[in-house]
Design a protein around this ligand. Structure first.
Ligand SMILES: [Zn+2]
Length: 323
């Protein structure tokens, strides 16, 4: 890889844009346009992360890390240089596309009664929650035309997985939840596979930037579990999108001392409980305190709330959670 290609990459992606796309917010403005905020690379309680948007450089007074965009991507994703460059190339190509696709899906949500009805059925009611999670709906047509009209070539749409090889919208009759670098689609129809992601990684833990500062974190399996807990006032909840954590998600949970409440599904076949058990062991080996939340058998946090459970009762489950 030539120095010129790297310089070009750094010119095309501003460090500030990249930080903000990963949920970083400045808390203070300093002279010469520099910004301070919480450090996304360590568990930071008072803002110690300095960004100079003009030079596209950062420095953290807490953990001592600093450098340019590529160094940030290396530290943030905990990958080596070449992999960080590859991630940035991918992000540069797909981020605007995924953003625009998510925008299209969001416009569709309230035009499709069946989508809103499904959300209600899963306990998702508050407009703040729909806004917070940027929930949209893929009716099964219209996306391709919309994106091409915005100037995206068909080839790019196919590469991203938004459009099939035959040129149809890939997500049909699915609620769509934007993730970091991906879109999760939940099918409304029982005849289609319920869960889908676009090709590539499902990314890190859901909404991790907002959650990581809490000393106690609740981990759930599904985004509908996340949704009902958030709606019930639990802001320290995050979601792995499945009961298996990828390496990135695992590192996130271990990145500083905290207590993790595991609230995975209490499946009747015991698979959620086994996943909980093995995850609990692995986290403890890394010094993370773990408490297992015992949901009634056959329930997940979503069905617990949809079935009439409330925040008070869930608090009690947290208090009773065993080590
Ligand atoms: Zn730091």
């Amino acid at each position: 890889m030539s120095c010129r290609a790297l310089d070009e990459l750094k010119q095309q992606i501003s460090l500030l844009d990249y930080l903000q796309a990963h949920d970083w917010q400045p808390t203070r403005r300093l002279s010469q346009g520099r910004l301070m905020g919480l450090c996304p690379l360590h568990c930071d309680h008072k803002p110690s992360f300095l960004v100079d948007p003009r030079k596209s450089l950062f420095y953290c007074f807490g953990c001592g890390r600093g450098g340019d965009l590529i160094r940030f991507a290396e530290d943030y994703h905990q990958v080596k240089f070449l992999q960080a460059v590859a991630l940035l190339y991918q992000w540069r190509g797909f981020a605007p596309l995924l953003d625009e696709a998510a925008g299209f899906y969001r416009m569709q949500l309230h035009r499709h009664g069946e989508a809103v009805a499904y959300l209600h059925q899963r306990g998702v009611r508050s407009p703040e929650l729909i806004e917070h999670m940027r929930i949209g709906y893929a009716p099964g047509g219209g996306l391709r035309g919309w994106l091409m009209q915005l100037g995206h070539p068909l080839q790019a749409l196919r590469q991203s997985g938004l459009v099939t090889a035959l040129g149809y919208d890939a997500y049909r009759h699915r609620l769509v939840f934007p993730l970091e670098g991906n879109l999760y689609g939940r099918s409304l129809s029982a005849s289609a596979p319920p869960h889908r992601f676009l090709p590539g990684s499902k990314g890190g833990l859901y909404a991790w930037e907002q959650v990581r500062r809490y000393p106690e974190v609740i981990l759930v399996e599904g985004l509908f579990d996340y949704a009902v807990l958030w709606q019930a006032g639990f802001c320290n909840v995050t979601c792995a999108m499945g009961n298996h954590l990828n390496a990135h998600q695992y590192r996130q949970l271990c990145d500083s001392p905290r207590t993790v409440y595991l609230a995975l599904d209490a499946d009747t076949n015991g698979s959620g409980q086994r996943a909980t058990q093995s995850l609990a062991c692995r986290l403890r080996e890394r010094g993370v305190k773990v408490r297992r939340v015992a949901l009634p058998v056959g329930h997940d946090p979503n069905s617990f709330f949809v079935g009439g459970g409330n925040a008070h009762e869930f608090h009690r489950l947290l208090d009773e959670a065993c080590l």
